[in-house]
Design a protein around this ligand. Sequence first.
Ligand SMILES: C[S@@+](CC[C@H](N)C(=O)[O-])C[C@H]1O[C@@H](n2cnc3c(N)ncnc32)[C@H](O)[C@@H]1O
Length: 207
Amino acid sequence: MKKKRSSSSYHWIKKHFNDQYVQEAHSKKLRSRAWFKLEQINKSEKIFKNGMIIIDLGSSPGGWSQYAQKYIQKKGMIISCDIMPMKPIQKVKFFQGDFFDSFFLEKITKCLNNKKAHIIMSDMSPNLSGISAIDIPKSINLLNSVLNFSCNFLRNNGTLLTKTFLGKDFDQCFKNFHSIFKEIKIIKPIASKLTSREVYILAKERH
Ligand SMILES: C[S@@+](CC[C@H](N)C(=O)[O-])C[C@H]1O[C@@H](n2cnc3c(N)ncnc32)[C@H](O)[C@@H]1O
């Protein structure tokens, strides 16, 4: 028997498909509406340059990798990772697995072959339960792990772009970013829903 959709999931689906960016992503054959967030960030911050080595964490369904792909050219590469599968994108090396898994770290190390990334970008967010006592520590742990990851795999003059959520609980995390990077900006691209506490941290140049 077919499962009946709850009215809240029906409203979510209706809202999703009426969303301007979802419609535009569909008509331009983009992998996700998240593509527009990266485009808006790059238009104002000019983070991508040709020939870059880019790591895309939480890449599926592939909007960000798709956006960054045009910048890699001959010299560069994109290494992407997600728990979920991702349909292949030309010149993008994708690993399916958990970012926290040592298997992924081994793969990255091998792929980079002693080089470091120019850009690490993470659009990951943990599975949210709606219970802040669970969600906030999970999100903070993820953010700190992305920061640690970039200490190992980002070059000194590289750029880290990562999703986070606003709230006083994240203050210590922001301090950690300030202790590692010289330049920090908090960005809310227009395509990011106003109702969401999601923002992006753009961190440049290690101390
Ligand atoms: C908002 S989506 C990313 C959208 C993507 N930037 C795009 O443009 O299509 C977040 C992704 O993070 C992934 N994710 C969350 N936690 C993860 C983890 N620990 N390891 C790998 N991927 C993770 C989820 O599976 C999800 O696909």
